[in-house]
Design a protein around this ligand. Sequence first.
Ligand code: OAD
Length: 246
Amino acid sequence: MREAEELLKILEGARDVFVLTGAGVSTPSGIPDFRGKGGLYERISPEVFCIEKFKQDPSFFYRQIGPMLKIILEAEPNPAHYLIAELERRGKVKLVATQNIDGLHQKAGSRKVVELHGSLEIAHCLSCGRSFSKEDYLQEALRGRVPRCSCGGVIKPDVVFFGEPLPSRALYEAIKAASSADLCLVMGSSLMVYPASSLPEYTLAHGGKLVIINLGETYLDPLAHRKFDVPVEKISREALRLLGAN
Ligand code: OAD
């Protein structure tokens, strides 16, 4: 694949790479994205991820999303995750900021990861604030039922819903890394959701390059040094092969 050679050439010329990923890096692992072809929003209203709706009727979220969490929990990383982890081992990638909650970057071996939209690992009771581990609340959630605290309050996983702020530490780390990077590599994101979508602009603002690998357009395509409209897993698989790391 010619594109993989080109990608590696661009990466060779970079010292400090900031990677921003979205749901498109995990579709090859079997997890549907939101706005891509066959994405979740073709079947489910985005309202399901609104915090106000969740507070009014948590069963709406758990009924629709609960059973799907099994796919996320059982998913395995794909070549896109492995390429990013390999580039970190080689000292190229300084940070990966992900909008995904599936933990697949860490499973693939990435260490420097910030989860902009949280994760399923921890949950909190909305009434008393008690925290719960995945094991404590996911059994109920997987059955499509509302997990509840002993105080009777509703348990909500620490994933960011529309209307909630991003975890400030994660956002701070991502802005810092994007601001000092000489290359921002976006993989598998429509760049439709702010503030994650604005992170590449920090790299561009101080003269760094932007490279996008995404099926479909993004608002930053016109500012990209190179846009690869190809499946992330294909270009990544080939890049890993060329690096001798597959
Ligand atoms: P989206 O679903 O908006 O975008 C995923 C992009 O990846 C789409 O443009 C797809 O075409 C593309 N894509 C899918 N599979 C691909 C593949 N194999 N190779 C290359 N590209 C592929 O997902 P995000 O940008 O991550 O937030 O969405 C951002 C946020 O919107 C999510 O974190 C979530 C959602 O609402 C909340 O729920 C708060």
